[in-house]
Write a protein that binds this ligand. Structure first.
Ligand code: DOR
Ligand code: ZN
Length: 345
């Protein structure tokens, strides 16, 4: 039995860091584990310009612990009004990607896109400047069942975007369904997907275990077992189109434990350990390094990290909560329960 593994330091290709005191509270968890992260732009107000993104980047750098070696990769929030000029500025300003949220789909998505054709000018500019498009791939139509939002997005929109912009690099974020896995497997090399730890470890039963479990509620919502298993198989398959993106998304305990609970699962505290558990359970620890440390960097055309990390198989108990600043706390995934692997620091 493997009890210790050493591999190239990983990157997190989908992360929510928030801002202000919450940013300072959660950032050390990610910076300890990951060399780089793609930072989501769904702040309030959203990060819609390069100037806003670079100012946010500076706040992240200022909040980093002194000893940390971590690089935030910034993204812009796509809106109906995003211009080709703003895309050119983004490319020049080292922005890593542009994120699409359908209006109203999730946390702080009020300014998101109301109809994809409204973004075609921006998408054409992104294709020209080779700036990747990151998709929250869900429709929000009220006649579509919430569990089918991803599948219908692929049918109605992703096929069309891929056809219209064949050179545009696209990441379908946080995939949750067998349909998404199959789409990515048969898509051109320009299209990849990120996979979260919660979507490979939990199926939708986790939201209803002995009562309603708001800390297992995120978007896209957890799916049935057949889909969890398909997404896990994709993650451990060694196919470079699938790579790590935690989608760690902190919300205060009071916002989660409320009549209208916010979507988001906080997993940065065990951001690599949870994947290690899932890969071990699948008998695929040898596939972890590619998924966590190589394929994302290759897709984003960035150098692979050189540093190594080591994990040991020694269980630890996750705290019930972590302080989030301003008297708030965040309840992490696995709160009060064991995680089988730990990071050697
Ligand atoms: O569960 C989610 N939380 N899904 C998202 O798309 C956004 C995220 C957040 O920002 O809280
Ligand atoms: Zn997200």
């Amino acid at each position: 039995m493997t009890t210790k593994i050493t591999f190239t330091r990983p990157d997190d290709w989908h992360l929510h860091l928030r801002d202000g005191v919450a940013l300072a509270a959660v950032l050390p968890h990610t910076a300890l584990r990951f060399a780089r992260a793609i930072v989501m732009p769904n702040l309030k107000p959203p990060v819609t310009t390069t100037a806003l993104a670079l100012a946010y980047r500076k706040r992240i750098m200022d909040a980093l612990p002194k000893e940390a070696r971590f690089e935030p990769l910034m993204t812009l929030y796509l809106t109906d009004n995003m211009t080709a000029e703003e895309i050119a500025l983004a490319k020049a300003g080292q922005i890593a990607a542009v994120k699409y949220y359908p209006a109203g789909a999730t946390t702080n998505s009020e300014s998101g896109v109301t109809a994809l054709p409204k973004t075609y000018t921006a998408l054409a500019a992104m294709e020209e400047h080779d700036l990747p498009l990151l998709l929250h791939g869900e429709v929000t139509d009220s006649d579509v069942d919430v569990f089918d939002r991803e599948k219908i997005f692929i049918d109605r929109h992703l096929n069309e975007i891929a056809k219209r912009f064949p050179k545009l690099r696209i990441v379908l974020e946080h995939i949750t369904t067998q349909e998404a896995v199959e789409f990515i497997q048969s898509a051109p090399r320009t299209i990849a997907a990120t996979i979260t730890a919660h979507h490979v470890l939990l199926n939708r039963n986790a939201m209803f275990e002995g009562g309603l479990r708001p800390h297992h509620y995120s978007l896209p919502v957890l799916k049935r077992e057949q889909h969890r298993a398909a997404v896990l198989r994709a993650a451990v398959s060694g196919n470079p189109k699938f790579f790590l993106g935690t989608d760690s998304a902190p919300h205060s305990k009071s916002a989660k434990e409320s009549a209208c609970s916010c979507a988001g699962i906080y997993s940065a505290h065990a951001g690599i350990e949870l994947y290690t558990e899932a890969f071990e359970q699948a008998g695929a620890l040898d596939k972890l390094e590619g998924f966590a440390s190589f394929y994302g960097a290759d897709f984003y055309r960035l150098p692979r990290n050189e540093e190594k990390i080591t994990l040991i198989k020694e269980a630890w108990t996750v705290p019930q909560e972590y302080a989030l600043g301003d008297g708030n706390a965040v309840v992490p995934l696995r709160a009060g329960q064991a995680v089988a692997w730990q990071l050697l620091t």
